[in-house]
Design a protein around this ligand. Structure first.
Ligand code: HEC
Ligand code: HEC
Length: 336
C-alpha cells in the first residue's frame, strides 16, 4: 500500500506506461525463470498479478491550476454547501452530498467509486431505455439520490463534475471496468431478507450515527449533515439506486459502520447487510414518479421493488427475496 503512487506519489507518474514497463520486465524475468526450470507455476503468477482492486488518485494530487477539477471535487464532497437547501449556488438538493454514497470523492474500492464512468459512458441503460451520457447519469443521482432538480448540462457545475470524472478515471482504458468498481454484488440469501433482524442490526450498529429515527445528524455549520439521513423526507427517494436492497447491502457491507469498515475489514455478515437493507428500505421516504422507467419490463433487475413484472413473481418477493427463485424462473422462461 505504501508504495502505491496514487497515495504517496505525484500524479505526473504515468501509470499506464509504468505498468507496461513493469509487466514487460516481469514477463522477461519469468521467461528466464521458466527456462531454468525453477520458476513458480504460471497460474500462481497470474493470481498474484491480478490481486489488487482499483483505487483512485489522492485528491491532493489535483493540480492547483486544474480549477475545474478542483471545483468538481468540491461539488461532490460538499454538495450541500453549494447546492443544498441553503446552497450558495442554488437550492436544488436535499442536504446530502454525493460523497455520502461515493466515498472519498468516488475513489475507494467497492465504495461506489467512479472508476468506470468515463470508460463506459455513454452507454445504453435499460432503466431509461436510452443511450445515456455522463451528464444524464449525474443528473439521475441529483433527481433520485439527492431527491432534487437536475443541473443545467451546459453549466459550469456540470462541466466541473465532468472534468472531475475524467480526472478520476484517466487510468482506465475505454470499455474497461476495473476490479473494485462501483458496488459489490453480494451472494443472494436462500431466504427473504428480514426487516425485524435488520432492525436489530440497525439499533446495534448504525443508530449511534444515523440516529434513532434514521434522520441523521445536522453538521455544526447548519447547512448539511455530519451523519446523513437513511430515511425520511431528506433522504434518497424511491427511484434511487440504494432503494434496491442489493445495492444497499453491497454498499454497506464494504463501507459501514463508517470509519471502521472497508472491503478488507467488513463489519457486517452478508445476512446482516441484506437484513439491514430490508429494514431501512421499508421506512418512509420521498416517492418519485417512475412510470417512465424500464420501458421493457423484462429488463428490470430481480430486486426492482415495483411491478409490473414479466415473470409472475410478486412485488414483495422482488423487494426482499428470495431472489434465486426469480433468477431461475427467468432462465426457464428465456429457454422456452
Ligand atoms: C444516496 C446515495 C447516493 C448519492 C447521494 C449519490 N449517488 Fe450516485 N449512485 C448511487 C448508486 C446506488 C449508484 C448505482 C451503483 C450501482 O448500481 O452499481 C450511483 C451511480 C452513480 C453514477 C454512475 C456510476 C457508474 O459507474 O455507472 C454516477 C456518475 C453518479 N452516481 C454520480 C453521482 C453524483 C454526481 C452525485 C451527487 C450529485 C451522486 N451520484 C450522489 C448512489 C448515490
Ligand atoms: C461512526 C458513524 C457511522 C455509523 C456507526 C454508521 N454510519 Fe453510515 N454513514 C456515516 C457517514 C459519516 C456517512 C457519510 C460518509 C461520507 O460522506 O463520507 C454515512 C453514509 C451512509 C449511507 C449512504 C448515505 C445515506 O445517508 O443514505 C448509508 C446507506 C449508510 N451510511 C448506512 C449505514 C448502516 C446500514 C450502518 C450500520 C450497519 C451505518 N451506516 C453505520 C456514518 C456512520
Amino acid at each position: 500500500m505504501i508504495n502505491n503512487p496514487k497515495i504517496t506519489g505525484t500524479k505526473t507518474f504515468n501509470l499506464r506506461k509504468g505498468i507496461t514497463a513493469i509487466v514487460s520486465l516481469f514477463l522477461f524475468l519469468s521467461a528466464i525463470l521458466f527456462s531454468c526450470g525453477t520458476g513458480p507455476e504460471k497460474k500462481d503468477l497470474a493470481q498474484t498479478a491480478e490481486e489488487a482492486p482499483w483505487r483512485g488518485w489522492n485528491k491532493y494530487q489535483i493540480k492547483p491550476e486544474d480549477t475545474l477539477v478542483q471545483l468538481g471535487r468540491a461539488l461532490i464532497e460538499n454538495t450541500s454547501y453549494y447546492l443544498g437547501p441553503k446552497g450558495t449556488i442554488a437550492a436544488i438538493t436535499n442536504g446530502m452530498n454525493c460523497q455520502n454514497c461515493h466515498l472519498d470523492g468516488g475513489t475507494l474500492p467497492w465504495a461506489n467509486n467512479y472508476s468506470a464512468v468515463v470508460s463506459t459512458y455513454p452507454k445504453f441503460r435499460d432503466r431509461s431505455g436510452s443511450l445515456e451520457t455522463i451528464p444524464k447519469r449525474v443528473n439521475d443521482c441529483f433527481e433520485r439520490s439527492l431527491n432534487g432538480k437536475p443541473l443545467d448540462t451546459a453549466g459550469l457545475e456540470m462541466r466541473a463534475i465532468l472534468a472531475y470524472m475524467h480526472w478520476v478515471g484517466d487510468d482506465i482504458p475505454k470499455g474497461k471496468k476495473p476490479k473494485g468498481s462501483g458496488i459489490m454484488d453480494l451472494p443472494y440469501l436462500d431466504r427473504a431478507a428480514d426487516q425485524a433482524k435488520g432492525k436489530a442490526v440497525y439499533l446495534a450498529k448504525c443508530k449511534v450515527c444515523h440516529g434513532p429515527d434514521g434522520q441523521g445528524q445536522p453538521n455544526v455549520e447548519g447547512y448539511g449533515y455530519a451523519y446523513p439521513p437513511l430515511w425520511g423526507k431528506n433522504s434518497y427517494n424511491s427511484g434511487a439506486g440504494l432503494f434496491r436492497i442489493s445495492r444497499f447491502a453491497g454498499y454497506v457491507k464494504n463501507t459501514m459502520p463508517f470509519g471502521q469498515a472497508d472491503f478488507h475489514n467488513p463489519q457486517l455478515s452478508n445476512e446482516e447487510a441484506w437484513d439491514v437493507a430490508a429494514f431501512v428500505n421499508s421506512q418512509p421516504r420521498p416517492q418519485k414518479d417512475l412510470s417512465k422507467d424500464w420501458p421493457d419490463i423484462s429488463k428490470k433487475p430481480v430486486d426492482h421493488p415495483f411491478g409490473p413484472y414479466s415473470d409472475g413473481f410478486t412485488e414483495e418477493q422482488h423487494k426482499y427475496g428470495p431472489f434465486a427463485a426469480i433468477v431461475n424462473g427467468r432462465k426457464k422462461t428465456n429457454k422456452k
